[in-house]
Write a protein that binds this ligand. Structure first.
Ligand code: ADP
Length: 270
């Protein structure tokens, strides 16, 4: 059974006169990292909000089709339960961090406290998460004093502490420098090792080529392409959907166009 399954999903915001998502179907298996790519405005964030049940609950409009998490239709699941199944990391950690906690430790513990988890379990879960994300040295710092990259790691830690099986991650590195970006992708590797199912929106195609198992290309809210990343990134169709090739694929395609015989288009260094 798929971890996440979208089945003929269409959505029109109540303020819009045309659908933003159009008859979209794809699924993500357990342990799969599926990257969502597409031009600005193609509907990536809207899909993230549909999958985590915030559409149509908080953004009104007309939703048709169904989304299933482990086979269960999310329209029939309450949001609290869905929050245990799906961890969400926003593009802007400044929004995600509660602002009401004085230390990173308390911030990471916050979600578990809300669930009424006992103190000893919270303590061990938070310690384990601080170790895993490598932020033990930040534990007593005030979250508001952290850099963007540190805040994003704390946001990941807060989500990971809840140990959801599914992660929806929307542009986690858009505000980060290369080092911060690498640190976030180390965390994403860790999520993969733990067999989490992941939907990831990310603009850096090199990173998608390296980490994603599958790629969904959205074009005007509809599915334009869906396949293994090597397959999608060596397709001649990609530019027409406003998606750039990763650097390696670009270099290989240029060599091929110059007459160098290549039996496949490498999209990563490896
Ligand atoms: P992407 O993440 O690919 O940039 P979005 O999902 O943010 O795309 O947006 C897709 C389309 O939906 C855009 O045309 C955008 O203007 C519109 N849209 C996004 N959020 C809302 C909203 N809350 N109300 C109305 N229209 C919206």
């Amino acid at each position: 059974m798929a971890a996440v399954e979208l089945d003929h999903v269409s959505f029109t915001y109540s303020t819009a006169d045309a659908p933003t998502i159009r008859d979209l179907s794809f699924s993500v298996e357990e342990g799969e990292l599926c990257a969502l790519v597409g031009a600005n405005g193609s509907g990536k964030t809207t899909v993230c909000n549909i999958v985590r049940g915030f559409i149509p609950r908080f953004h009104t409009g007309e939703l048709t089709g169904s989304v299933r998490i482990d086979g269960q239709d999310i329209a029939e699941t309450n949001l609290g339960l869905l929050g245990l199944q799906i961890g969400f990391v926003f593009q802007n950690p400044f929004v995600q961090i509660s602002g009401s906690k004085d230390t990173v430790y308390e911030e990471v513990a916050f979600g578990l406290e809300n669930l009424g988890v006992d103190v000893a379990t919270i303590r061990s879960r938070v310690e384990e998460t601080l170790d895993l994300i490598n932020i033990q040295h930040l534990r007593d710092k005030n979250p508001v004093d952290l850099s963007g990259g540190q805040k994003q790691r704390v946001a990941f830690a807060s989500t990971l502490a809840m140990d959801p099986p599914i992660f929806v991650i929307d542009e986690p590195t858009s505000q980060l420098d290369p080092q911060g970006t690498n640190e976030i992708f180390e965390i994403i590797s860790l999520l993969k090792e733990r067999r989490k199912s992941i939907i990831l929106v990310e603009h850096k195609m090199e990173l998608i080529a390296e980490y994603a198992d599958s790629v969904v290309v959205l074009h005007d809210g509809a599915l334009a392409m869906h396949g293994a990343s090597a397959e999608v990134f060596s397709s001649p169709e990609l530019p027409q959907y406003g998606v750039a090739y990763p650097e390696f694929a670009r270099a290989a395609l240029a060599l091929r166009d110059a007459g160098v015989p290549l039996d496949h288009i490498p999209v990563t260094k490896s």
